[in-house]
Design a protein around this ligand. Sequence first.
Ligand code: FES
Length: 584
Amino acid sequence: MSDAKDGKKGNGKGKYRSSAWYGPADMGGFIHRSWMRNQGLPSHVFDGRPVIGICNTKSEFNPCNAHFDIIADHVKRGVWEAGGFPVDFPVMSLGEITFRPTAMLFRNLAAMEVEEAIRGQPIDGVVLLVGCDKTTPSLMMGAASCDLPALAISGGPMLNGRYKGERIGSGTHVWKFSEAVKAGKMTVEEFMNAEAAMSRSPGHCMTMGTASTMASMVEALGMGMPENAAIPAADSRRGTLAHMAGRRIVEMVHEDLKMSKILTRQAFENAIRLNGAIGGSTNAVIHLIALAGRVGVPLTLEDWDRLGGEVPTLVNLMPSGEYLMEDFYYAGGLPAVIRVLGEKGMLHKDALTVNGKSIWENSKDAAIYDDKVILPWDKPLTAKGGIAVLRGNLAPDGAVLKPSAASPDLMKHRGRAVVFETIEHYYERINDASLDIDETCVMVLKNCGPKGYPGMAEVGNMGLPEKLLKKGVTDMVRISDARMSGTAYGTVVLHVSPEAAAGGPLALVADGDMIELDVPGRRLHLDVAEAELAKRRQAWTPPAPPMAGGYQKLYYDHVLQADRGADLDFLVGSRGAAVPRESH
Ligand code: FES
């Protein structure tokens, strides 16, 4: 069967950028079409219709995204139906659990790959398949630097974990169970049995950890279809959403609805407020600042404190609360929370979203079906949610703390520092019976920031010493330049900037120094005389870079500090999607 007569080849000056590849009736056009046709494609798919790239982070090393080929198939159905031509392509998939030293080290590398993969190929609009923590920011950042029409589809959370009749949450219960084992309240056998009970379906972590937070941010920013955040991965409606998103991206190409038209200052402000209302992860601070940098929207730590701090945490999900993402979906999901914020005057209602409607049009009728999961405005989980930004001589460029995950009685605290120079030093020392530490001390961890670890690992919620756990201590003030898993909890000061490895004052803290934490006053103070600090600075030498060459050297030389989103300095901004030169 021949379909050659269907083909109407032109001069390559079609309506869309893909015409530069598939349009010309010359040798170049022949080459671009001919090789693609080995996949059984008829000639009419090259008739100038929009080519939709499906940026796929499927990887079996990244179990949170392992089901993405199924989602891609749903997207393809929608794209075909709307008259587009879908092409699925793989990009680096950062599995939070697997990548070492830490997936965050490679967020910017993946973003760089995504940017070049979109720009270098015949793509008119792109669907970003995101899920596990770093896959969402890396794909959004890379795509933003190209600025084509784009929308993101999250893979969806796992179904609720369940063990011995109780809900158990990804990550959150790993910390809880391992502390219970150390405290002698759980056997190792029980601990092992809980593994499969926690992760019992496809999908990403189902607590309000970083993946669920970022899936919510996708929806809050207007970059995802309504309900993107919470539909479980195993629910057939996740496939329906992907199908409709496939239809919609074709229309977005026709409308030339680029990312920069959606990622406005208003969109980021909406996202910050919604992060407060959902009790979202501190990691969102870094990722959204980095994303804003890609589209030229000024966003600072102060914006997080000012906008998010006035929003009560309404979503009662672990790690701060009791429930899980599956419950959140049944309770009304993010549209219901958006509706509440809109009614309270805390939403830019006309912010545009990928479906062509405003965020308010999408959410104004959303109902709450369970007010134990989405709490009433006057009975929140925390009256002032969001992220507290601390400053002082210990963090001149800022540090963050998540009040909803912290202990109220530690929000104002003065204590003696117990210092760990590196994460290895912490592991060596923490359970040493002779370690001079009690529950009033402040645990300080250095050299775990963007340069120091390298990659700013999620080790800031360092576990408490076994001897204190056995005494029944459940929280202590902890301070570091590291990040914390969104599934973790505690009175944990994170992202101290500048970090120790960059010569920040954190590098100068010594055992026995007194430290004052004042969250209401937004202050973090090292109570040591200036002259003494100057003496210590003289004696300080920077740690060696992690590697002499390769990506890790590039990263070390160019990574920005946490308060600026930890992007690479030369990746900030948009470079557009101008079609690269023809090679044939
Ligand atoms: Fe992938 Fe938590 S490990 S989302």
